[in-house]
Design a protein around this ligand. Structure first.
Ligand code: ADP
Ligand code: MG
Length: 403
């Protein structure tokens, strides 16, 4: 297990605690349309309050590129956060002739301070030493509860973690434990499902996974490139014809690494990319010239479920078909439901992540039963690619320095 400290390992009473959180929620016309991330940070913040700490929240919203942008202020998150914590939250408004330090000095016990969008400051994304130091000066302890931004070496994820005793928040801790169980020390066999639109966005991922898992099920649009590599005609399907050699190379290298690549044996095809388009199921060697492959067929799904049942660990990124349009969500739904049931009954550990994957699993109703669903997007993918996430590395080296 990679080592890092948690809220259990540090004294918080009476201390100001700088907490990096991810509350980059979708907001339309001033209304939050999905508050999952806000509810998710409550565990860590309320625990800090309960232990007598004074939480100072650091977060970003959008991409203001180091300049203040009123449209991306965090001010409108003050009330929802206060409701989620059942505690008063003060917003450290800028331009009120008060510095962040002044706001921090004025904090009362039981109160939470929310700083303005940290990406308004140019030193955040460049990880400028003086900016990291200014952040560190606000508190005496640092908590990173934002796995989803930890693939970025910013002042609030890396710089400050080198200057203060740094620990993982509860969400970060849960994510690191789940991911560690799924890939670093998994129970075998491990079956990975890699789907989605394009092979080109998932080359590093496949390259890393083939060394770690026993089988890789390839689905979605990217399977078409592999089918083409095997000499099948894929008609009008989404297919990266320039990557056919790369696909062959992946199949060859996987075999050498003792990892089985599993491709569809049947597919669902249609002549238009539209909901309820006329469709038929065909064998992979019989895609009509006018048609495109939009989902895996029932024989393929049965094969995937059989592999899931023999697995102890399932790792999933990318839908098996064009899940946004019915009925081409069928394979994704059926396989997700099977994985979810295996996880719920304790027969397998099932971990999934990726922007569209989370949407697909939510739509199938299977997400809740997965062992862990990561909403971290880019950070989850980098982790699947086997990369070291700088924000996590900073927590680990901090463990040595401040221990
Ligand atoms: P994630 O965001 O989870 O990493 P991707 O972005 O790689 O997933 O892929 C999701 C997209 O792939 C979806 O928009 C889906 O419609 C598309 N897709 C899946 N299968 C096909 C297919 N056969 N043809 C075209 N698009 C597909
Ligand atoms: Mg996507």
């Amino acid at each position: 297990m990679t080592t890092f400290r948690t809220l259990d390992d540090i004294d918080l009473a009476g201390k100001r605690v700088l907490v990096r959180i991810d509350i980059n929620v979708p907001i339309h016309d001033g209304r939050i349309t999905d508050d999952t991330r806000i509810r998710a940070v409550a565990t860590t913040v309320t625990e800090i309050l309960k232990k007598g700490g004074k939480p100072i929240l650091v977060a970003h919203r959008g991409r203001p590129n180091g300049r203040p942008d009123p449209a991306l202020s965090l001010g409108l998150l003050r009330l929802p956060l206060s409701q989620a914590f059942s505690a008063p939250v003060t917003f450290a408004e800028t331009g009120a002739h008060r510095t962040a330090g002044d706001w921090a000095d004025a904090m009362e016990p039981g109160e939470v301070l929310l700083l303005e969008n940290i990406r308004f400051y140019p030193g955040e994304e460049t990880n400028a030493p003086n900016f990291a130091q200014a952040l560190a000066n606000l508190a005496s302890v640092y908590v990173n509860d934002a796995f989803s931004v930890s693939h970025r070496a910013h002042a609030s994820t890396v710089g400050v973690a080198r200057l203060l005793p740094a620990v993982a928040g509860r969400q970060m801790e849960a994510e690191l434990i789940a991911l560690d169980k799924a890939l670093s020390r998994p129970e075998r066999p491990v079956v990975a499902v890699i789907g989605g639109a394009k092979v080109s966005t998932k080359l590093d991922l496949i390259g890393n996974l083939m060394r770690k898992v026993d089988q890789i099920v390839i689905g979605g649009g990217m399977a078409n490139t592999f089918l083409a590599a095997q000499g099948h005609d894929v008609g009008q399907s989404l297919c990266e014809h320039d990557l056919v050699d790369t696909a062959r190379d992946i199949i060859r290298k996987s075999a050498a690494a003792n990892c089985t690549i599993v491709l569809p044996s049947d597919v669902v095809v249609a002549e238009e990319f539209a909901a309820n388009a006329a469709h038929q199921t065909v064998s992979v060697d019989a895609c009509p010239f006018e048609a495109m492959i939009l989902d895996a067929g029932p024989r393929t799904v049965a094969d995937i479920i059989r592999r899931f049942k023999a697995a102890r660990t399932i790792v999933w990124n990318g839908p098996l078909g064009a899940f946004e349009i019915r009925p081409f969500d069928a394979a994704t739904n059926a396989a997700a439901t099977a994985a979810a049931e295996l996880a719920a009954s304790g027969r397998a550990l099932a971990v999934a992540g990726g922007g569209d994957t989370v949407a697909a699993l939510n739509a199938s109703g299977a997400a809740d039963k997965f062992t862990y669903v990561s909403t971290a997007g880019g950070a989850f993918l980098e982790w699947l690619e086997g990369k070291t996430l700088p924000g996590i590395a900073a927590l680990q080296s901090n463990e040595e320095e401040f221990a």
